[in-house]
Design a binder for this molecule. Sequence first.
Ligand code: EPU
Length: 430
Amino acid sequence: MDKYVIHGGKPLYGDVSISGFKNAAVAVITSAILVEGTCVIGNVPKISDVTVHLEILKRMGAGVRLLDDTTVEINCTKLRGPKAIFDDLTRKTRASTYLMGAVLGRFGSAHVSMSGGCDLGSRPIDQHIKGFEALGAEVEIKNGVIHLTAPNGLHNSRISFDQRTVGGTINIMMAAVRVPGQTIIENANKEPHIVDLANFLNAMGANITGAGTDVIKVRGVRRLHGGTYHIIPDQIEAGTFMAAVAAAGGDITIHNIIPKHLECIASKYEEMGVEIEDLDDALRVRRLGALRRTNVKTMPYPGFPTDMNPQTAVLMCLAQGTSIMTEGVFQDRFRYVDELRRMGVRAQVDGQIAVFEGVGTLTGAPVQATDLRAGAALIIAGLAAQGVTEITNIEYVERGYDNMVEKFRTLGADISLVRELDDAEMLVNA
Ligand code: EPU
């Protein structure tokens, strides 16, 4: 079994550069389905979720070419019809739900296997379906496949989501891009990757306004042409490095970021005693003294991101006093707590609330990642802990973090990736 082996207790020093945003990349790549022309997309992170989405496009008949390490050229002009079932691939990511909006928007119908992604409790798609139906689609789920058809064609509409949904907002934006007239999406999410997707589609000829606010207006255009686009940096990867230096101590500078996207994380960490300096295009993050207790409630952007819940919980465990983490987005985000308990964490979880008693020091242990961000939290705990931590189920981490081990090693961490080949172990980072 592949694993990360960490000898903890070393502070982090130096510079790290953040990769392109996973959640923007998978949305932008999938939305290239709507474009008849060549899209050149830069700052694409090297992660397995991106590989899966490029593979889906290839199977649908798209031309996909890597121009360099982080730039991909996609041409979906000759895409084969609306059938994109591929259960083996759609199960691997949550963002495969975007195939519904993109394929429906391009061909007027779509047949897509249900998606997978991290298990964070029930992840229904009722709001996506509500939006597609408002646009005139008929939706039927049979044998694990979502069938979207529009016998009378799609038409513009006003959709008001009953609750905030990132995926629903993205899907309806994609489906509406080529629908005549103006579609209005109310109670829309405002996450940076929603704005990034709108910017990408606009660069390809779409007419989307209001992305980043509660109300997004999509005026349909006849077709989208090709172009060049650069994905925004990953706010959650940046936040993960902020949490890592806060936990392990040290002084690092994080480059290739948009400071505005990190404001909420930065102000909470400052409250906990972390020193943060905004250098315009970089953040210097230092933790010299003890961490102070705090309370956090995760919320849609610009609130504190749910995808920073587990990493921040590690800081709560190391802080002086008792802290409370309330999960405001997902039903079941605290499965990582049992793994942290193996490292000496004292916590009580009741539904969407976890109470962490600051224990000051953690001790290394064998642990398993339970999802992507949980895996990141275990790495952070391992970096801060005394002794050796071995983390398995690391395929979760590889889904969403580009070159994580190498980046931490550059900062002075003692972390190695060990690949297990049959019965012999191979150390990848010697
Ligand atoms: N929800 C519904 N009905 C719907 C849609 C959502 O009840 O029709 C519920 C969900 O069950 C959840 C909440 O609404 O409890 C929020 O779900 P949302 O649709 O906003 O999330 P998502 O689109 O499934 C994206 C990210 C997640 C991130 C969340 C919240 C991608 C590919 N995924 O998921 O990223 O946690 O938004 O910000 O963009 C990650 O990167 O580790 C990750 C899980």
